[in-house]
Design a binder for this molecule. Structure first.
Ligand code: SF4
Length: 523
């Protein structure tokens, strides 16, 4: 078990100081020295080219090498160092902020909510309140029932939310807190004094922020969805579960759905609550978000669309609606680049019975034209792509379309579906490209120099690698902590592909100018 943030075990979450009760002081001491082995020892290395160890502040070099078999081999592998994934409740909290009138509530110790708030605020540059049931030593031993009830009542009194979105932290999960019993006791003892609560289980040692995100969407649909629907709606209703995308992506998706004349539930929708306007008066809970009535109507929809090629075998909001209300589910890749976006638009045309609006046909046409204009700058350029699985899959498909060779596609997640999904989405991906699940930034840094990338594309957490290699970093996804506007990066649709393409080409041109002794002004 490891804390996705501090890379430690829950008993030693260095960031929040949380203890999980499963590790001894001796093991914690080993962990601090970088000796604690949390995953099985990997195979002995296959001799091959040595890779420089630029391990970004990690505790210990692994001496990682790319073997003759094309695999990464690490002689002294210890544990995750500088993880390429985030804490599971973080994803759940973001989902809850994308529901109208909802306040996230973490059942666990205070440090977890502080960490998640800091992470989200640094990216979105918006206030992010997350309540905590504030575990202390006694709650870790005797359970946090009282903390949970008191917390729910305090939140209701102070925020008057329409909904409380509860999620559990590593500590709560480790002690085996019985959440259904706690919810039952709350209602038994206090009736309706606390606002309605939706609960999701989010142990960080069993997933990533993306798992927490999808599981929270599923919990909302399962606990609030119904078949009653909105009978008076003039247009067919569809559900769209986009996964963890930017606020700009959500706004663009809403525009597309409206242009197809569809009545829709977009869940979650933090396009306004996490990227809003200035206020005349302080708002305890920012306005915006998916209305509860729209979530209730998910069971009466004509179809659900979910973005996420790795979700194939996972229980999601979409599969839940299939089982409970027989709502057909369409699983697509994130609509990034031309082929994946075509699939999304064609499906919307089928579901709505309307042709693809002219403005999107024109956006596609301009995109294709720009790819022709810029192909000489991108052709055979080498890229390292990293981040959340489905984002990396979408980016890789797009990079292959524009003539870039992804040399490493890396994610910190371990769904078991990553490589098959990426090769299905990007059939042009060379067989020698390294496709790695469960990779951390220290391992990526060790292997990167040998791969000789022209640029990196991923979150701002790859900055130190790009700096050490002196190649551009195209910041996409989450988190982007060293620039403003991370929430306004558009990734999806033809428009998102156009913006990404222009950024990639211009970054390559800028790098060429900056490293030129001549200083060409015409490229
Ligand atoms: S919930 Fe997140 S912050 Fe808290 S201990 Fe687990 S991984 Fe660390």
């Amino acid at each position: 078990m490891s804390c996705a943030n501090c890379n430690g075990i829950p008993a030693e979450c260095a960031r929040c100081g949380e203890g999980g009760g499963v590790a001894t002081a001796e093991r914690n001491a080993e962990h601090r020295l970088g000796q604690f082995q949390t995953t099985p020892q990997r195979d002995e290395p296959v001799p091959s080219a040595s890779i420089a160890n630029d391990h970004l502040g990690c505790k210990k070099s692994t001496g990682a090498k790319v073997g003759a078999d094309g695999e990464l081999h690490s002689k002294h592998f210890t544990s995750t160092r500088n993880a390429c994934k985030l804490c599971t409740p973080l994803g759940a909290c973001l989902v809850y902020r994308g529901v109208e009138g909802c306040i996230p509530f973490l059942h666990g110790s205070q440090g977890c909510s502080t960490y998640i708030r800091r992470y989200l605020i640094s990216h979105f540059r918006e206030p992010m309140d997350i309540a905590s049931s504030n575990f202390h030593e006694d709650s870790a031993i005797f359970g946090g029932s009282k903390n949970f009830s008191q917390g729910a009542l305090n939140i209701t009194r102070q925020y008057q939310p329409q909904l409380i979105g509860a999620a559990t932290t590593c500590l709560t999960e480790t002690i085996g807190e019985d959440m259904p019993r706690l919810l039952h006791e709350l209602r038994q003892n206090h009736g309706d004094a606390a606002a309605p609560i939706v609960h999701v289980s989010t142990p960080s040692y069993r997933g990533t922020h993306i798992d927490g995100f999808h599981d929270a969407v599923k919990a909302l649909v399962e606990q609030l969805g119904s078949a009653a629907g909105d009978a008076c709606a003039a247009a067919p209703r569809i559900n769209l579960f986009p996964g963890m995308v930017s606020a700009a992506d959500l706004r663009h998706l809403k525009e597309i759905l409206a242009d197809f004349g569809l009545n829709y539930t977009l869940l979650p929708d933090y396009s306004e609550s996490m990227d809003g306007e200035t206020w005349e008066q302080y708002e305890k809970i920012q306005s915006g978000g998916t209305p509860l009535a729209a979530i209730a109507a998910t069971g009466s929809a004509k179809a659900s669309i979910e973005f996420g090629r790795v979700l194939e075998a996972k229980e999601t909001a979409g599969t839940s609606l299939v089982k409970k209300f027989s709502v057909p589910r369409h699983l697509l890749g994130m609509p990034m680049g031309i082929r994946e976006t075509d699939a999304f638009f064609n499906l919307l045309a089928t579901l709505s019975g309307n042709a693809i609006p002219l403005k999107y046909q024109r956006e596609r046409g301009r995109l294709v034209d720009s790819l022709i204009d810029g192909h000489k700058y991108t052709f055979e350029k080498r890229a390292i792509v990293y981040g959340d699985e489905d984002l990396v899959i979408g980016l890789t498909a797009f990079l292959c379309e524009i003539g870039v060779t992804p040399v490493l596609c890396a994610t910190g997640a371990r769904s078991g579906k990553f490589e098959a999904a990426i090769r299905a989405a990007a059939p042009g991906l060379p067989s020698e490209t390294l496709v790695k699940a469960g990779l951390d930034f220290a391992e990526t840094a060790e292997v990167a120099p040998e791969l000789k990338p022209d640029f990196l594309i991923g979150s701002s957490k790859g900055y130190k690698i790009s700096r050490s290699l002196d190649v551009p970093l195209i910041r996409v996804g989450f988190p982007i902590h060293d620039r403003v506007g991370g929430q306004r990066v558009l990734h999806l649709g033809y428009r998102g592909a156009q913006e990404l393409y222009d950024r990639i080409v211009n970054a390559l041109l800028e790098a060429k100018q900056d490293t030129s002794t001549i200083g060409y002004s015409y490229l």
